[in-house]
Design a protein. Structure first.
Length: 102
């Protein structure tokens, strides 16, 4: 699945692939890019947290809380923080869809 969306004032491209894994359910892998360097960094953080993980695990990971624990939230504008949250929701939506619980 590929989508192009707006995260803050920047373009974001996010592709999701799903592979079956009988023991732990579907595993999601993400690829993405942005036209803004800061957003590329946000994408990298999200991929460390979520990519190559079972869908059920993705739903239990709180990347927003991780981001705050790292002390990074205070360095973003409200618009970029909203974009970050939108990317997290998109990833979790893809995980729900992979589990058939969308």
């Amino acid at each position: 699945m590929r989508t192009r969306s707006r995260a803050s004032a920047s373009q974001v491209w996010l592709a999701t692939s799903v592979a079956p894994d009988g023991a732990h359910g579907p595993v999601l892998t993400f690829l993405g890019d942005s036209d803004a360097h800061i957003v590329r960094g946000l994408i990298a953080i999200l991929f460390v947290a979520y990519s190559d993980k079972p869908a059920q695990d993705i739903l239990s990971i709180d990347a927003v809380a991780l981001f705050e624990r790292l002390g990074l939230r205070e360095h973003l504008t409200p618009q970029r923080s909203n974009g970050f949250r939108a990317m997290v929701e998109r990833i979790k939506s893809d995980a729900r869809a992979a589990l058939g619980t969308a």
